[in-house]
Design a protein around this ligand. Structure first.
Ligand code: PEP
Ligand code: MG
Length: 580
């Protein structure tokens, strides 16, 4: 049966492929068929993982000797759950009978048990379904291990055009797919500027989020059409629709290749003002796209993505190697390396460990520079790694999420400490390296003078700035309709920051999603922005808009727009501005 679902259009383009269903978030497991001679090995892998989790429970219990009794009782309960033959024996049978991977076997069995618990009348027993999930989750994590990540296992599927269908995908999950040949992603939850959406865009593949029930309604292997620009998902399309979409897909690809011809053209306005079009990247593998799309440099290297899919913080040397590789790949073009922006939705597994405490409000919690300053050794190691890489090219350091002046002062003191330790070791680095701060908290935008006085440059992160200004969780599809880059309050902040930086003679760029949307290019040019950083694939369309713009004509209009206090009027005026 054919049907259509509507969600949030987060990454444009058209994809046609087969559905590949992924289980929920942490219990994300793929179904893999195991070769007959590998079956006993898979059973042994399952047994070993179970044994490691049991040992882990034992160690936890011992270390909790003096903790409250109910904490120990909890661990006992989880241990009992895993000792039950339903979870220790039945998955072994499933692996043997269905020749499937251990993760899939235990999750299938878990889902069956959870369903039984949930049907029980007794509220206490119903609640136990959570314990079953949590206990199984530990085993699944153990099975996934560090070297045997889901991405490695999925390599077997490479080459087919697959559309990943999931309830949710965390940024760490997404990183596991980064090197896979997937046609598209669709999920039930997630907002338009969630990091999941950002990664889909950076991979240049169509994606639709916030589809609500896609994971439930779609079956593995069904044919799907994903229209990323319109946020539409068509399941089992009839041949006429399929043909129509195949044609549109070819047309889009043609338009893209035409735009790409702008690669070597300079991004100069009609009145001869040179605009820097920079790229947002997540690692050395993206350098190829930076060059391919003709970026002037990298305006944002989100370093946390390099290490997000693994379970531990990388050491200084490992970071240095990744940064050096990226810097060298840039071949002299400038590169802005942002220090770790972890916390909130971007978490390493190790971070979840301390006490297993679930934070109430992670976007407002120990995230980003706050987390870095709370662990100066981690921060110092990263600063040293970046400094060491700075001798291989034009490197600048960018620190995310400043809100207080003392955070800048502490960061500068740590940078000085990192420099002097390197001098002591006679390690070369760029002595005059510039350090900038992201403006993504409304307080920092309003009190921007504090940051202009202390830093060499600023970069506006509109994704977070909008989230915090409008009190909208950028990853929550239920409030996605309220996420509005053209809200008068947002424009007032942008205009204030860009204008103040211009007056102070401090360079300011923008690296949030707004910078890569050609519909906002003229408005931002008119407000005085001269550096835009975006996904490499966005550069040609923005460049085309820059080349068609006359700043002297659009400046007065843009300044008037930024003073309006009605969203509808703003949208109408921007449409006119774009038609000039
Ligand atoms: C932003 O907030 O706009 C930004 C560029 O940072 P990130 O999207 O990584 O939070
Ligand atoms: Mg941000």
């Amino acid at each position: 049966m054919s049907f259509t679902l509507h969600g949030l259009p987060v990454s444009g383009g058209i994809a046609i492929g087969q559905a590949h269903l992924i289980s929920q978030a942490t219990l994300e497991v793929s179904h893999l068929v195991i070769a007959p001679r590998q079956v006993e090995k898979e059973v042994a892998r399952f047994d070993a993982a179970l044994e490691r989790v049991r040992a882990e429970f034992e160690a936890m219990k011992n270390s909790l000797e003096k903790s409250p009794a109910d904490m120990r009782a909890f661990i006992d309960l989880h241990r009992m759950i895993l000792d039950d033959p339903e979870l220790s024996e039945v998955p072994r049978q499933i692996i043997r009978e269905r020749r499937c991977n251990a993760e899939w076997a235990i999750v299938q069995q878990m889902e069956m048990l959870v369903e039984q618990f949930e049907r029980m009348d007794d509220a206490y027993l119903r609640e136990r379904s959570y314990d079953v999930r949590q206990a199984v989750e530990r085993v699944v994590r153990e099975l996934a291990g560090r070297s045997d990540h889901v991405a490695n296992r999925l390599k077997k599927l490479k080459g087919e055009r697959l559309v990943v269908v999931a309830h949710d995908l965390s940024p760490a999950d997404m990183m596991a797919f980064k090197n896979q040949d997937f046609a598209s992603f669709v999920t039930d939850v997630g907002g338009a500027t969630s990091h999941t959406a950002i990664l889909a865009r950076s991979m240049g593949i169509p994606a639709v989020l916030g589809l609500h029930h896609a994971r439930q309604l779609i079956r593995d292997g069904e044919t799907l059409i994903v229209d990323g620009a319109r946020g539409v998902l068509i399941v089992n399309p009839d041949p006429r629709i399929l043909e129509e979409y195949e044609l549109r897909k070819t047309q889009l690809e043609l338009e893209d290749s035409k735009l790409k011809r702008l690669k070597t053209a300079r991004a100069t306005t009609l009145d001869k003002i040179k605009i820097d079009l920079l790229a947002n990247i997540e690692g050395p593998a993206d350098v190829e796209a930076v060059i391919e799309y003709g970026a002037d440099g990298v305006g944002l290297f989100r370093t946390e993505f390099l290490f997000l899919e693994r379970g531990e913080m990388p050491g200084e040397d490992e970071q240095f190697e990744s940064y050096r590789k990226t810097v060298k790949g840039m071949d002299g073009r400038p590169i802005v390396i942002r220090t770790f922006d972890l916390g909130n939705d971007k978490t390493l597994h190790v971070e979840e460990a301390p006490g297993g405490r679930k934070r109430v409000n992670p976007a407002l919690g120990l995230r980003s520079v706050r987390l870095l300053l709370s662990d100066p050794n981690v921060f110092l190691a990263q600063l040293r790694a970046i400094l060491r890489a700075s001798r291989y090219g034009k490197v600048k350091i960018l620190v995310p999420m400043f809100s207080h002046a003392f955070q800048v002062d502490q960061t500068l003191a740590l940078l000085e400490q990192a420099k002097s330790s390197l001098r002591g070791e006679k390690t070369a680095f760029d002595e005059s390296i510039e350090i900038g701060g992201m403006i993504e908290v409304p307080a920092a935008a309003l009190a921007v003078g504090t940051f202009l006085r202390r830093l060499d440059f600023l970069s506006i992160g509109t994704n977070d700035l909008i989230q915090y200004t409008l009190a909208i969780d950028r990853a929550d599809e239920q409030v996605a309709n309220l996420y509005d880059p053209l809200h008068p309050a947002v424009l007032m902040l942008l205009s204030h920051v860009i204008g103040s930086a211009e007056k102070a003679g401090v360079p300011v760029s923008m690296c949030g999603e707004m910078a890569g949307d050609p519909d906002f290019t003229r408005l931002l040019l008119g407000l005085g922005l001269r550096q835009f950083s975006m996904f490499p694939a966005r550069i040609p369309a923005v460049k085309q808009r820059v080349k068609q713009s006359d700043i002297s004509a659009i400046e007065p209009v843009a300044r008037r727009i930024a003073r309006l206090d009605e969203s509808a009027k703003i949208a109408e005026q921007i449409e006119r501005l774009n038609a000039l």
